[in-house]
Design a protein around this ligand. Structure first.
Ligand SMILES: Nc1ncnc2c1ncn2[C@@H]1O[C@H](COP(=O)(O)OP(=O)(O)OP(=O)(O)O)[C@@H](O)[C@H]1O
Length: 311
């Protein structure tokens, strides 16, 4: 069952359109990713879901409620991550948890929540003295303190080191496993690929694609990466003319081709025809990073919408 439904959402600032007809729905228990470049319209979209902005057109529903006209009810269902500027630097972790618990009618017990998020050791530490990872864990705790059914996490791991980022990913999975739906806004393809059940790619205010991470990769014109060092140089023209090759690059003698299974077959035939051996041959699946670049390229395959996107 869908817990978030967004239909034909439009929002402009002044005369400038930021979100231009965005539609998606999020099923209960999913980790749903919103992916896009800077300025694509991600934050505006989730702010409309949170009821912090009023749409110019379209509808948004959270558990069937309008986040603007039913704002109070929606704040009991949906927990949003604060921005750093919204917490007093002198507040201790314990004070922040107690303060935010007091905002809710039926808050979660803050102590077990602090334990779950590894914050017991810093309960008396002021916000300004916390590390980046500790601050993010506190933000997650504050988003969860009202025992929400949905939590919105926006650019949560920006600025974290790789270990803290991975720790945060595990926490997000635990949150989902505890039954909370997660709406995750991110720039990081690896994060979306690892965590998200489904992803909406927003490009210039529109949904360019909506699918599982694996689905997005297989739909892109560059689902496979072939790389090798030829035993002798190959003709650039023949390489560029390979079927379904989205890109061909040569760096320090290594040829890297982004394409499909059809491209792999053509590379094998080309090498055989010219009696060239492929040294250090690697054939790997493309990453979400490759698919994202392909899906958001000007004139790219952004028009290949699934049935859900067309609806
Ligand atoms: N309060 C505002 N007033 C005017 N324009 C705004 C405002 N907020 C956002 N915009 C503009 O709307 C567009 C979409 O911005 P939005 O913040 O939704 O994108 P985003 O995908 O979240 O970007 P980022 O990844 O950089 O945070 C951008 O062109 C931005 O400059």
């Amino acid at each position: 069952m869908a817990i978030i439904e967004v239909n034909g959402l439009r929002k402009a600032y002044g005369g400038r359109t930021a979100v231009d007809g965005v539609s998606f729905s999020v099923g209960e228990g999913e980790i749903f990713g919103i992916l896009g470049s800077n300025g694509a319209g991600k934050t505006t979209t989730v702010e409309c879901v949170e009821g912090l902005r009023t749409p110019d057109a379209g509808t948004v529903r959270v558990a069937g409620l309008d986040p603007v006209s039913d704002h109070e009810k929606v704040t009991r269902i949906l927990g949003a991550q604060l921005q750093e500027s919204e917490l007093q630097p002198k507040l201790t972790v314990r004070e922040a948890l107690e303060l935010y618990a007091a905002f809710h009618r039926a808050p979660a017990a803050w102590r077990p929540l602090a334990e779950r998020l590894g914050l017991e050791a810093v309960l008396r530490t002021r916000f300004a003295k916390l590390s980046g990872g500790q601050k993010q864990r506190l933000f997650i705790a504050l988003a969860l303190i009202g025992s929400p059914r949905v939590v919105v996490l926006d650019e949560l791991t920006t600025g974290l080191d790789p270990r803290a980022r991975r720790d945060t990913w595990s926490l997000i999975e635990e949150i989902r496993d505890s039954g909370v739906t997660v709406l995750l806004v991110t720039h990081f393809m690896e994060e979306a690929q690892r965590l998200c059940d489904r992803v909406a790619v927003i490009d210039r205010g529109r949904v360019a694609a909506l699918d599982t991470p694996a689905g997005l990769i297989s739909r892109s014109t560059a689902s496979t990466v072939i790389s090798f060092v030829p035993s002798r140089p190959l003709d650039d023209g023949e390489l560029a003319g390979l079927p379904q090759a989205a890109s061909v690059e040569t760096t320090d003698g290594r040829i890297v081709i982004n394409g499909t299974d059809e491209t792999v077959d053509a590379v094998v035939s080309l090498l055989a025809r010219h009696h060239v051996t492929a040294r250090q041959l690697r054939i790997t699946d493309a990453t979400l990073d490759d698919a994202f670049l392909d899906l958001t390229a000007p004139g790219g395959p952004a028009g290949t919408l699934t049935e859900e996107e067309k609806a």
